[in-house]
Design a protein around this ligand. Structure first.
Ligand code: GTP
Ligand code: MG
Length: 201
């Protein structure tokens, strides 16, 4: 898919105030600092469309972007990070779960995980929650540029093995790097295929 336009629409924490248009919507979610906002910039080819930072907790609101005037891309705050208290660290911010439960335009989520790390409980639990709520998702492994050519497939394989303890099949997944553009076409073509199916149904 060619990106001919990518525009910021709005930020808010209230799902009821999200755009009313019935465009297909794709949301990027994952732990703080995993690279959600960077990936959005890489996919759209707009360097600072979504705000990024080396410090976790940069994205605090639900951010809507409209792509090619016909689908929404959503940048969400990270979970698993809270300055407030340890007990709330595990809790997904309420408005994030409300967003996933209530947003009828949502077609699919992309759960981002850092390919350098072993499977994290919080990610596995979040995917479990998506499954229980029948919210379709794919996994996106981020920061592939940070691993060697031998370590990367080893980590992916270990992740798949862990997932297969809980899931009958490995969900659809992508391997990406916002630094060198790896995975860009795969993710965009996947979204385009779904959009075409929706448009013809
Ligand atoms: P929050 O908004 O805080 O939840 O974080 P986020 O998931 O949006 O992460 P963000 O895109 O702000 O990136 C966090 C840090 O990781 C930044 O310093 C990015 O430059 C870096 N980063 C993100 N993606 C990549 C990548 O693919 N490769 C490398 N090397 N660094 C990356
Ligand atoms: Mg962010």
């Amino acid at each position: 898919m060619k990106i001919s336009s990518a525009e910021f629409v709005m930020s808010n924490s209230d799902v009821a105030k999200c755009p009313k248009n019935n465009l297909p919507e794709y949301a990027f979610i994952g732990r703080s600092n995993v690279g959600k906002s960077s990936l959005i910039n890489m996919l759209t080819g707009r360097k600072s469309l979504a705000k990024t930072s080396g410090r976790p907790g940069k994205t605090q609101l639900i951010n809507h972007f409209v792509i090619n005037k016909n689908w929404f891309l959503v940048d969400l705050p990270g979970y698993g990070y809270a300055r407030v208290s340890k007990s709330s660290k595990k809790v997904f911010q309420k408005f994030i779960t409300t967003y996933f439960s209530k947003r009828t335009q949502l077609v699919s989520a992309f759960v981002l995980v850092d390919c350098r790390h072993e499977p994290q409980k919080i990610d596995l639990e979040f995917m479990q929650w998506l499954g229980e709520n029948q919210i379709p998702f794919s996994i996106i492994f981020t920061k592939a540029d940070k691993l060697s050519k031998t370590k990367l497939p080893q980590n992916i394989e270990a992740y798949i093995n862990e997932m297969l303890k809980y899931w009958e099949e490995m969900p659809n997944y992508f391997i990406t790097s916002s630094s060198n553009g790896l995975g860009k076409d795969d993710v965009l073509n996947y979204i385009e295929e779904i959009n075409q199916q929706l448009a013809s149904s």
